[in-house]
Ligand binder design. Structure first.
Ligand SMILES: *Cc1c(COP(=O)(O)O)cnc(C)c1O
Length: 235
């Protein structure tokens, strides 16, 4: 995955990135955190986003995140979020480099992360990725599965399970997308009411460039924005 630099936009406009960030900030309620999704984005463009006030970066691949972190060690107050599917064999590496993992998508992965976190005396922030509609292109729990796995997840004491993450199926009409977000919010409330000992449902990680307005309307606390800040990715 060293080729992401080659795939990155060759040039970028720091002023334009700053302006887009400013525009997004103006429409986001203060309760919503902006995660700048920087997959395939150059470190120079990431520095421009940082200069414009961004402190949350989201990456979907471990190796790309490592390469960038090595070049951005001076940005000490950045929080790194993993938003892409995590293979079990990379779970240890993910714990080393991300403070948040939004894409915990199976009980097996949660349990693996939990035992590694215990070994390394960590307690990463975690969102559970759900699918509110059947979608073979996405990872994550469906509602019934998640409710069935809750008791076992609640035993993962070394994970700070603090919310849900969702990506609606691509290409839905707005109303259906909004419905996915609202149902995700309701599911979080249902889980909260179960009075589990360590799982809390405070965060809703939902909303990308094309649907973040709908997600905010439904109660998102994190939006994950890439293209609308940095322009279209190559490929
Ligand atoms: C790429 C990605 C985003 C950002 O998508 P944009 O359309 O560029 O805003 C958000 N969340 C996840 C999980 C992603 O993979």
């Amino acid at each position: 995955m060293a080729d992401f630099v080659a795939n990155s936009l060759g040039s970028f406009d720091a002023g334009q990135i700053a302006q887009r960030i400013q525009e997004i900030r103006e429409v986001l309620p203060v309760s919503v955190q902006l995660i700048a999704v920087t997959k395939q984005v150059s470190v120079a463009a990431m520095r421009a986003a940082y200069a414009a006030g961004v402190r949350h970066f989201g990456e979907s691949r471990i190796q790309e995140a490592i390469t960038k972190q090595e070049q951005l060690t001076d940005l000490a107050d950045v929080t790194w979020h993993l938003i892409g599917h995590l293979q079990s064999n990379k779970a240890g590496k993910a714990l080393e480099i991300f403070q948040w993992i939004h894409s915990v998508d199976s009980l097996k992965l949660a349990q693996r992360l939990d035992s590694l976190a215990a070994q390394h005396q960590l307690r990463p922030h975690v969102c559970l990725q759900v699918k509110m509609l059947p979608d073979p292109t996405k990872f994550g729990w469906d509602e019934a599965q998640l409710l069935a796995d809750l008791a076992a997840l609640d035993e993962c004491q070394h994970l700070d399970i603090t919310g849900l993450m969702v990506i609606p199926p691509f290409g839905l009409p707005d109303e259906a997308t909004l419905d996915v977000f609202k149902r995700t919010h309701q599911l979080a409330q249902t889980i909260q009411q179960r009075s589990l000992k360590s799982i809390r449902m405070e965060e809703l990680s939902m909303g990308m460039s094309n649907d973040y307005r709908l997600a905010v309307q439904a109660g998102a606390t994190f939006v994950r924005l890439g293209r609308t800040l940095f322009g279209d990715r190559a490929g």
